[in-house]
Design a protein around this ligand. Structure first.
Ligand SMILES: [Zn+2]
Length: 401
């Protein structure tokens, strides 16, 4: 297949990326990068009236400076609306990043992460707007969406108003690594937590009068593991993963117990369960609930009293998976093949904004644009992959249906 001519200005695309990488915007603190993106969009010809922020930050349960950024580009030909998305925030390790070009990479100075996750996506969406406008490329109506607080729990995507998606038929989310990799699904997650209230007693003088919350927690976790609910979970009716993340005292931020001579009267434990099936993630969390109930019955004081065990579980985000015949998968496949790239279809074991867009009714594929070694101080951007990602984006925006 002959490669289509795509009027991508590579030097300008890299300039945009360098610019956005140099603006700090860790999760929850997206005001500055939001303003920088908004300015860049105006400079490439997007009217100010087409740029707006929503009020999702008012619904996000953790402090968040600004809402999600939406941009509406009217179609220059008819067709179903396309949504292009990415996230504005970076992980806290990116604070103070000083991006530097090194051959076909952009790197940090080695003391911070870089923020290519997801500033490659941020730059790609601006490059897309610039290219469509500058070269008057025919395209259907397009909405660009830059979410907040992705890294700290997919909050912006979760709390947006689905009506703001303008009835988009499909979404191309830019938050991946290699241009050949198409993320077509992701697990869902359920979080659980438990509070164990035991009874303090002098551990040397009268241990039998105490109820050790630590012992209840320890037996429960051992029991969950014996029953097959810990770590990698494989059962006849489903599979997934689970973990016990925090085992501590009040709020999970202090130690459980504070002296060796006191029977521990309080423990707080928090964990997660993931699965491609929401119901199975719930089932894994239920497995922990049963394990804690069992452990509760095994630890008693001299009068036969047991600890108080308060277990709760809550879905964090829903799973999704797109079939090969989904229009957005077909469109992405077509774009990659036109560029001579053989696609691989991946299922993610971590949640993505795509989980929520899919839940909001917009089938979403996640494409890669050069992220590498993310969330580490070795993070870099692979410029070859970034350039390919930009071409995929432009093709997906302009392909005839
Ligand atoms: Zn990301």
């Amino acid at each position: 297949m002959s490669s289509p001519s795509i009027p991508l200005d590579v030097a300008s695309a890299i300039d945009h990326l360098m610019n956005f990488l140099s603006v700090e915007g860790v999760t929850g603190q997206e005001a500055k990068i939001g303003a920088a993106v908004s300015e860049a969009l105006k400079r490439v010809g997007v009217p100010a009236s087409a740029i707006r922020f929503d009020d999702a930050n008012k619904r996000i349960p953790v402090p968040t400076e600004t809402g999600n950024l939406f941009v509406d580009l009217p179609g220059t030909r008819p067709g179903p609306r396309l949504l292009f998305s990415t996230h504005l925030d970076t992980v806290p390790l990116c604070a103070g990043a000083k991006p530097r070009r090194e051959g076909d990479r952009i790197v940090s100075d080695g003391t911070t992460a870089l923020g290519g996750d997801a500033r490659t996506g941020v730059a790609l969406l601006v490059v897309l707007a610039e290219t469509l406008i500058k070269h008057k490329l025919p395209h259907p109506p397009i909405t660009l969406l830059f979410t907040v607080r992705e890294e700290s729990g997919l909050h912006g995507a979760r709390e947006l108003n689905p009506a703001d998606l303008g009835g988009a038929a499909m979404c191309i989310n830019v938050d991946g690594q290699l241009a050949s990799e198409l993320l077509v699904g992701a697990v869902g997650q359920e979080n659980w937590e438990v509070e164990i209230k035991g009874k303090a007693s002098h551990a040397g003088v009268a241990p039998e009068r105490g109820i050790s919350a630590t012992l209840v927690g320890a037996i429960a976790i051992a029991e969950a593991q014996r029953a097959g609910w810990f770590g990698k979970v494989v059962k006849s009716d489903g599979h997934g993963t689970s973990n016990v993340g925090i085992f501590g005292g009040k709020g999970g931020t202090v130690a459980a117990g504070d002296a060796t001579n006191v029977v521990t009267d309080y423990v707080y434990i928090r964990g997660e369960a993931r699965s491609p099936e929401a119901a199975f993630a719930t089932k894994i969390a239920n497995g922990y609930k049963e394990a804690f109930a069992k452990a509760q019955g095994e630890v008693k004081d001299h009068e036969g009293n047991t600890a108080e065990v308060k277990f709760s579980q809550k879905p964090a985000y829903p799973p999704f998976e797109l079939g090969q015949d989904t229009p957005v998968v077909k469109r992405a496949t077509k774009a990659l093949k036109l560029l001579g790239i053989e696609p691989t279809y991946l299922f993610s074991n971590g949640g993505l904004d795509a989980n929520w867009f899919d839940k909001h009714g917009v089938p979403t594929i996640t494409i890669g644009a050069g992220q590498a070694e993310i969330h580490t101080i070795k993070e870099y951007v692979n410029l070859t992959e970034y350039e390919k990602g930009c071409r995929i984006g432009i093709l997906m925006a302009t392909l005839e249906d």
